[in-house]
Design a protein around this ligand. Structure first.
Ligand code: BDR
Ligand code: CA
Length: 302
């Protein structure tokens, strides 16, 4: 299996992504690093621990990351994912305490200990931790196999501003550092994640399987329906990172030179395609039904 670190702000769709990774024999999860985003750092860290406790994976460390963006005050929590950040689903308390080391130190140690290129980072939240790694531990950062990050929007409207997606908007300076770092990066923007949508029928199928991880994902999706009225389906943003790693053939990739706006308010995090800078790989379309089918098969066969 491929060694991965999941950098995350759970978050309902983060939680689904983490459960999908836990159910995938293709991945060996070296650790879960947390970041403030959907909700504050204490809650995202606790939620990561609760998910691992639910899955009985006390062997996987949770490591606390950045409490605030690189260089601007944290946004007011949007509370899109409920008061507990995870839709109020029933999860046990964490069993294992978070590591005594900050995420950036822990990540650097892991990357320096493992062969260069052996560890991938799946980024499901604001890119703050990875930006700190790039800035403070460049020799370790260079050893990342690749970063697959959910974030941004390229051709379509944003979800927090006209052209801004939440993860890049929440810490645009960090996004700028990571996108211009030259590290191998696949960006999975809203253009594709909006096309991987769970319906109530899909959710019912997961729950009917009676498998614990599949049923938990069904509960998470149900709670996600409650965060927004009159929706017939809900986008599964963060799990697209895992789905891309599992089945890249379901996605179309474009090499794009992107710049991130570090402007104020609604402009922050907006991406512009340009002529200069390092190209990154951007997933710009996906076979949504096939991706959903892979998610369901993985969860129900675990
Ligand atoms: C991203 O924002 C968060 O609310 C989700 O967890 C996802 O990572 C989607 O814009
Ligand atoms: Ca997230």
């Amino acid at each position: 299996p491929r060694q991965i670190v999941i950098d995350t702000d759970p978050g309902i769709d983060d939680a689904i992504g983490i459960l999908l990774a836990l159910a995938s024999p293709e991945f060996s999860i070296a650790g879960v690093t947390t970041v403030a985003g959907n909700i504050g750092i204490d809650t995202t860290t606790r939620n990561a621990g609760r998910l691992l406790a639910f899955a009985g994976r006390h062997d996987i460390p949770v490591v606390t990351g950045a409490a605030a963006p690189l260089s601007r005050p944290g946004p007011e929590p949007l509370n899109l994912h409920g008061k507990d950040g995870i839709g109020g689903v029933a999860l046990p308390a964490p069993v294992r305490q978070p590591e005594n080391q900050p995420a950036v130190e822990w990540l650097a140690e892991l990357l320096l200990k493992e062969p260069a290129g052996a560890v991938d980072v799946f980024a499901l939240g604001p890119l703050t931790n990875i930006a700190h790694l790039v800035l403070d531990k460049p020799d370790a950062a260079k050893r990342i196999g690749r970063i697959i990050a959910m974030g941004g929007v390229v051709y379509e409207p944003g979800n927090v501003g006209p052209r801004s997606e939440f993860n890049l908007w929440a810490d645009p300076e960090a996004a700028d550092v990571v996108l211009s770092s030259g590290l191998p990066l696949v960006l999975v923007p809203l253009d594709v994640t909006r096309r991987v949508r769970a319906t109530r029928d899909f959710t019912a199928t997961l729950s009917a399987s009676g498998k614990p991880l599949a049923s938990m994902v069904a509960d998470l999706i149900e709670s996600y329906f409650e965060t927004s009225t009159h929706q017939e389906s809900r986008p599964l943003h963060d799990p697209c990172v895992m789905l891309f790693a599992l089945a890249p053939e379901l996605f179309r990739l474009e090499d794009l030179r992107l710049s991130v706006s570090t402007g104020p308010a609604e402009e922050a995090g907006a991406l512009t395609i340009g002529e200069r800078g390092t190209p990154v790989q951007v997933a710009t379309s996906v076979d949504g039904p096939a991706a959903l089918d892979l998610l369901a098969r993985t969860l129900t066969s675990f």
